[in-house]
Design a binder for this molecule. Structure first.
Ligand code: P53
Length: 484
């Protein structure tokens, strides 16, 4: 491999979104309810644990409610009616790739239908056509935290092996309908959500089980198989298309130079990240899995064919989100930062965002090297960005210099990683446009290059306004990462 200290010519610059955070129109044209439609709004002060543990009772209550203020993912930013404008704005910015996800319940309202809802199929045809018009490469997440609610309530979510067949039918519908448009697919958003975002990721509830931990790992096992099986399907239908896996990368340093903490870091990385990527990239359970199962009283139910399926159909690229880093410590009383849905130990050398996420650009270069060293397959950063309560000034502008600073510093580190020799194929920031937050469902936690005039209660004109970062990123793309 030749020495390279610039971004490759065909580098995929872009930005990302997710259906359940932008589309809205949760009950239009035959769409069924998804887990995202029952996600309540929180504020940044609410404790992490409280946000995480949704109960069956809360789900059933939400199911009967028609309230979109309380469940803001139902209205999103109305991309359903604004997609032409939004895609045009992204294209005018010079983006090469647009990451979005398909809403499973727009195609299969309960998940168990045999044929897809034609109105859902029609909507995405229009979206793909619009992207094609501008030569915008789609990066498609098949499932991003919005599985059908019916599959949770009637089947128990992903711990049930039957989910594999439902998902496979859904994914194959996407390949058959939209395969002509797509080179890059991602099977599941943040598949390690089975550890830190259990309900929205796998539809597993604490109520109807006596071994919640086992259910989570069983659900992940079924998602691993689903990923492998659709890789098999995709490669027979579109041999050139690529399927990736995606993890929320929780990078961690030892809190101190004490050997105990260095060891703890290895264990944390295995548990949070590598358990998932090892299976999907290497095609087999890692050596440390048996101790993990033993210590937690977990017995995975596996069929004979599973080993072979996982081994044969591995992913083509490794995608990940990177927002922050953390530290590992054997001392559980170590100081914490607000964090989001997962445990965040405080690193005294780092500053945090308004929501307590610890900003660490060098951690991105570290992560790229760490992942490439382990796997040697192409890497794709599919989320990176900063949530901030942006202010629309009287001149109708948004001066988000902190976002420019955050992204600039991370892009500089990406460039160094490329120089290190890492095979990085693209970068989609979170997010293209302001959207409803995943963790808290707030609107005021903004990530986009494009401001959307809407408040936490869903009131506002929905007008789109380019922020300062929009013009800055346009120039970054235009100069292929040289002018930042
Ligand atoms: P929000 C937790 C930790 C890291 C990434 O998150 C996470 C989460 C879940 O909230 O999710 C990803 O909106 C996710 C996106 C999400 C983004 O990070 O909670 O894939 O859907 O919007 C940012 O600030």
């Amino acid at each position: 491999k030749n020495y390279q200290n610039t971004f490759p010519e065909n580098f995929l610059w872009g930005a990302a979104t997710a259906a359940c955070q932008i589309e809205g129109a949760y009950d239009l044209d035959g769409k069924g309810l998804s887990v995202a439609d029952v996600a309540m709004r929180f504020t940044k002060d609410v404790a992490r644990a409280e946000r995480k543990n949704i109960s069956l009772e809360q789900v059933l209550q939400a199911k009967e409610s028609r309230d979109s203020k309380k469940y803001p993912k139902r209205h999103g930013i109305d991309f359903y009616h604004h997609f032409k404008e939004d895609i045009r704005l992204c294209a005018e910015m010079g983006m090469k790739v647009f990451r979005f996800s398909i809403s499973w319940t727009r195609l299969f309202p309960t998940g168990i239908e045999e044929i897809p809802n034609p109105k859902g199929v029609q909507f995405y045809h229009e979206v793909f056509e619009e992207l094609a018009k501008y030569n915008l490469e789609p990066l498609v997440t098949i499932n991003h935290f919005d599985m059908p609610l019916h599959l949770v309530l009637e089947y128990g979510g992903w711990k049930n092996r039957e989910l594999i067949a439902f998902y496979r039918r859904y994914a194959n519908t996407l390949f058959d309908e939209f395969g002509q448009y797509v080179n890059y697919w991602i099977a599941f958003n943040e598949i390690n959500g089975a550890k830190f975002n259990v309900f929205f990721s796998t539809g597993t509830l604490r109520e109807n089980t006596d071994n919640y931990g086992e259910d989570c790992y069983q659900a992940a096992h079924h998602q691993f198989l689903a990923s492998s099986l659709i890789k098999k399907d995709l490669q027979s239908k579109y041999p050139k298309a690529k399927l990736g896996c995606m993890v929320a990368k929780f990078t961690s340093y030892p809190a101190t130079a004490e050997p105990e903490n260095a060891m703890q870091m290895i264990l944390d990385e295995q548990l949070n990240n590598f358990y998932f990527t090892d299976v999907l990239v290497r095609g087999e359970y890692p050596y440390y899995a048996s101790k993990l199962f033993h210590d937690n009283g977990i017995q995975l139910k596996m069929e004979e064919e599973d080993v072979e399926i996982l081994k044969t159909y591995t992913v083509d690229f490794l995608a990940f989100s990177y927002y922050m880093s953390s530290v590992s410590s054997y001392d559980e009383t170590i100081e914490k930062t607000a964090g989001n849905l997962t445990e965040m130990n405080k690193n005294p050398y780092l500053k945090s965002s308004e929501w307590g996420w610890q900003i660490d650009p060098i951690g991105l270069r570290y992560t790229l090297n760490q992942l490439y060293e382990r796997y040697q397959i192409p890497l794709f950063i599919v989320e990176n960005g900063i949530g901030a309560d942006d202010c629309l000034t009287e001149d109708g502008k948004v001066h988000d210099t902190y976002r420019i600073d955050y992204l600039r510093q991370h892009i500089q580190q990406m460039k160094l990683a490329i120089e290190d020799g890492v095979d990085l194929i693209g970068y989609t920031t979170w997010s293209a446009i302001d959207l409803v937050s995943s963790g808290t469902s707030e609107m005021s936690k903004r990530y986009g290059f494009i401001y959307v005039e809407q408040d936490d209660n869903g009131n506002g004109s929905l007008k789109r306004i380019a922020k300062d970062s929009y013009y800055w990123y346009k120039n970054v793309i235009f100069s292929n990462g040289e002018d930042i």
